[in-house]
Every structure is written in structure tokens, then in C-alpha cells.
Design a protein around this ligand. Structure first.
Ligand SMILES: [Zn+2]
Length: 338
């Protein structure tokens, strides 16, 4: 039997339904092909909990109470069913927020280590949002390797993750682990890039960002890590006074952020101003020689990407590669398993 969504405040109730799944409790099921970037959830909490007080202004009605008791409880009923359910399902209201909330529908989303939806706390509207293609999100805040993920999921959510990534054949999983390792290493390098001690040049920094971009693309990532890399490249461009590339990276970061969080997300709103005026960014410094990069015209897509990221184009992608030195290392990870 299908049930109508409990919480239809987003006005998108027709996009999914809550259905019993044999042996798996109840899950959110997409009932239509959801276009990429669609906001499928924006939900008010049933109640909020802060370290000092819990706010449950009015007790939930019978339907909501049944829905609450129906949620996963990985802590058992030793302290009463409500406490176990709350501990299993309360989500923080923002990264590292001390306050949490229980969201009846958001709690139903399945986890995948290769999510195709993005869950975000949107401080502008005071609700979590989920933007999706199909309905899986990641319960993890950071990317972890297979073994680490399995341990984490078992400890915190009480199940062995069997998502498409975790159940992929060993060689594919190994490749994925290597990409996740590389991205994590590059992230650490990038923190250094924006420190006062950095001596890495502009093109050197963009190599980090571009490598990350390629690894994430090969990993099939379509979550908030993607706009994050464009944002990083944007910051490198403004730091080096390259407003031409900065504008392009800001446009891409904005478009990618809107896709996963919506144009009302604080990050999207912040990026929108830099699309118009990249020089507003606090990291902006005029370039040393005060010249602006000229936007190339009539260039193939691969050459344009190479220009944008200050890389040598992939000689395999078009015929006239003679002008490029052979030191270019072909990165074939694009063609990896998705
Ligand atoms: Zn998994």
C-alpha cells in the first residue's frame, strides 16, 4: 500500500511516496523521473533539540506520532522508544551546529556512498533541503574509503552499507578508494594554498583543483563537492587577479551550487555577487602585471577547458596537438567506471 507523503510543505509531495520495502522498513520512493536540480524536500522539523532545551511546542498528532514510532531505531528501547528513535534520526541544523531537529520525511532518505542527491541545511529558509536526481543521499559529511565507511555506517546507523559503490566489484572499489584518497590529499594541499606561507604559483594551484575535478568526475560525484572545486578554482583566480577566469569559475560554481541546493541557499546567494563582480571577493588581488587574460574565442571544448585550468590540452582529443609539449600526462580517469 502506498501512503501520501506525511509532510508536503515543499509542495512537491507528488515527487515521492513512502512505501514499505520487504525486509527494509519504509523508504522514500521516487514516483516520477525527477529532473536534476529539482528540490524534492524542504521540511519543517517535528521538533528541535538544543544542548540546553528541547522544543516540542505541541505534541505531534496521531499520524505524526505513528510516523515517528515507525522510524529506524538503532539504539534499542532501553531508554524508551522515543529516545532511541530521536538519537537515530535527529539531524544537525547546519554543519557543526549544536542544535538538531527531527524531520519525518528527511529521516526516510536512503544512504548511498555515491549519492545522487544533496542534503543541505539552508539557513536562509531554516529548513533542510534535498535536491535530487534519484533519491539517495549520503549520511556522511566527508568522503571516506570503503573500509572506513563500512565501520562508520555500522557504528552510527547500524547497517552494512550495500549501496552501488560498496557492492561494486573489488577492482572498481579499489579505484574509487584511490580517487577518494587523492581528493583528500589534494584538499589538504589546498588548505595550504590559501595560507600565508604558500609559495605555489597560480598554475600549480590550478593543477590541484583540476586533478580534484577530474577525480570527482570519474567518481561520478554529483553532490556539493563539485561546486566546491569550482569555488576553489574561483578563489585561486581572484587571488591572482585573473578576473576573466574568475568570472567563469564563479558562474560554474554558482550553477553547480544552485543545482544541489537551490538559488536561495546562502552559498548560492554569496556566489551570485561574485558572478557579477569577482573583485568583491576578499581574496582578490590585482595581478602583478595588471593585465587581464583574454577570453579565447572559437576554441574546441577540450582546448577551452585546458585554457581555463591552465593545463595542456589532451592530445588524444583533437588532431592539431603538435604545438603542445609531450610532457602532458594524459589523465584517462574520465573513462573510468562511473
Ligand atoms: Zn555504501
Amino acid at each position: 500500500m502506498q501512503e501520501a507523503p506525511i509532510n508536503d510543505e515543499a509542495g512537491n509531495g507528488s515527487l515521492y511516496t513512502i512505501q514499505p520495502i520487504p525486509g527494509k522498513g519504509r523508504d522514500l520512493i521516487a514516483i516520477s523521473n525527477i529532473p536534476k536540480g529539482t528540490r524534492i524536500l524542504s521540511e519543517l522539523p517535528l521538533f528541535r533539540i538544543s544542548p540546553t532545551e528541547s522544543n516540542r511546542a505541541e505534541g505531534p498528532d496521531d499520524t505524526k506520532q505513528r510516523a515517528l514510532l515507525d522510524l529506524q531505531n538503532v539504539y534499542g528501547i532501553g531508554d524508551g522508544p522515543f529516545l532511541g528513535i530521536a538519537r537515530s534520526n535527529v539531524m544537525p541544523l547546519g554543519p557543526e551546529a549544536p542544535e538538531g531537529g527531527l524531520f519525518l520525511d528527511a529521516a526516510r532518505f536512503n544512504h548511498s556512498c555515491r549519492p545522487n542527491g544533496q542534503k543541505t541545511w539552508n539557513a536562509n529558509i531554516g529548513r533542510p533541503t534535498v535536491h535530487a536526481v534519484q533519491i539517495t543521499i549520503s549520511y556522511l559529511d566527508i568522503a571516506m574509503e570503503y573500509a572506513e565507511r563500512q565501520t562508520f555506517m555500522k557504528r552510527h546507523f547500524g547497517f552494512d552499507c550495500g549501496c552501488s559503490l560498496c557492492s561494486a566489484p573489488y577492482p572498481q572499489r579499489l579505484k574509487s578508494d584511490h580517487r577518494i584518497q587523492t581528493v583528500a590529499q589534494l584538499e589538504r594541499c589546498l588548505v595550504f594554498y590559501f595560507s600565508d606561507f604558500n609559495t605555489t604559483d597560480y598554475a600549480g594551484g590550478l593543477i590541484f583543483a583540476f586533478t580534484m575535478f577530474k577525480k570527482l568526475k570519474a567518481e561520478g560525484a554529483c553532490d556539493a563537492r563539485f561546486p566546491g572545486v569550482y569555488h576553489t578554482a574561483f578563489k585561486m583566480a581572484v587571488k591572482n587577479g585573473d578576473t576573466t577566469r574568475a568570472k567563469i569559475f564563479a558562474e560554474r560554481a554558482y550553477a553547480a551550487r544552485v543545482l544541489v541546493e537551490g538559488d536561495d541557499s546562502p552559498e548560492a546567494v554569496r556566489l551570485a555577487q561574485f558572478v557579477q563582480r569577482p573583485t568583491l571577493h576578499p581574496l582578490y588581488q590585482p595581478s602583478a602585471d595588471a593585465t587581464e587574460a583574454r577570453l579565447p574565442r572559437e576554441m574546441s571544448e577540450s582546448k577551452f577547458e585546458a585554457w581555463l585550468w591552465k593545463q595542456r590540452p589532451d592530445p588524444s582529443e583533437d588532431g592539431d596537438s603538435d604545438e603542445f609539449a609531450s610532457e602532458f600526462e594524459s589523465e584517462d580517469e574520465y573513462d573510468d567506471d562511473p
